[in-house]
Design a protein around this ligand. Sequence first.
Ligand code: UD1
Ligand code: UDP
Length: 368
Amino acid sequence: MKIAIILGTRPEIIKMSPVIRSCSDHSIDYSVIHTGQHYSYEMDRIFFHELELHNATYNLEVGSGTHGAQTARMLTGLEQILIDDPHDAVLVQGDTNTVLSGALAASKLGIPVGHVEAGLRSYDRSMPEEINRIVADHISDYLFAPTETAAGNLRREGRPDSGIFITGNTVVDAVSQNLSIAQRDTSIFSKLSVERGGYVLVTAHRQENVDRWENLSGILKGLRLVRDEFGVTVLYPVHPRAKKMIEQFNLQVPDNIRLLEPLGYFEFLLLEASARLVLTDSGGIQEECCILKTPCVTMRKNTERPETVDVGGNILAGTDPEAILSCAKVMDHAPRTWENPFGDGRAGERVIKHLKEILPDQRRTVPR
Ligand code: UD1
Ligand code: UDP
């Protein structure tokens, strides 16, 4: 059995790392195909180094572009690789354009596709990620749902029960495999002159937030209100999309909001685990906060991770500055006693175990 693991962005590298590790543990032949959707050192290579992953077997280096152009480049490149180098199954993770093109290229070639983190729904089709999730879930053969809620979404859309496997989310595996390694070097706190519990950590990069002036300026005003009310340092490692848009809109970042370059996973995990509060629009960070028991304010109107809200670890604020402040006050008082809804940290192992059980042990011939 030979598996192609397709990835292309920061969260996919992090969340696929437990699956890659599990392939090695089970002596399974695999290739890592990197689309090159993310390519800056701090969005890509740093995670390969920290997570001790081998270089990708292939890198398409597609780079940035409009959704259509970027997806088209990936689709063409992935198809060629999968024709030239036959695999018995393809795995994709999450909801990016890399996932869309990976699932599409493989399914058109008749190669079984497994979607890791299947079944998430925001029910907001203005998000490019929602389109990617829906398409990927409907053309994938094996749906590795992180929770019962995600599996229920898939069943309601008519996906057959026989192809749905509840595995937990590999984000738990990644946190549990790496937090203790991260804790070996805690110099980030002194480097940034912050005390544990004495800062608020922020990320914002979602297209519908940072590409719209009113939403991005709302977030920046909200951060200033939180800074003034809480009297704490606000740390904001800025995603390249957000950096580009702050410059393009010529927005003034309020004093005392400390903009940082994107951080490595270890430093970010440490800051996340010890933050007084996290404000974000990231998917993975909502989950990580829930796992690390750090209260989270999500600067969006909806979430495809409702489990985080249901257990009491997260609240939806949108991008209105006053709403961000009032939600921050609510979460600042939240008792940190909730249960992690995303599984036991063995999701990567389950994905590989299920694949081994399902796939016949023979190499497929790929139609040209
Ligand atoms: C993508 C995913 C999003 C995911 C995010 C993770 C899609 C549709 N979006 O969004 O779901 O949450 O990755 O971080 O797939 N750029 C760089 N260096 C890089 C990568 C990007 O400078 O290594 C800049 C470029 O200006 C680029 C912009 O960031 O145009 C956006 O990159 P892109 O990959 O299109 O989308 P993300 O916003 O990163
Ligand atoms: N992350 C990181 N450095 C940062 C910001 C985030 O290592 O400066 C990690 C974070 O721990 C999480 C992942 O990146 O595992 C989330 O990625 P992102 O927010 O870009 O994407 P999303 O999860 O929203 O798709």
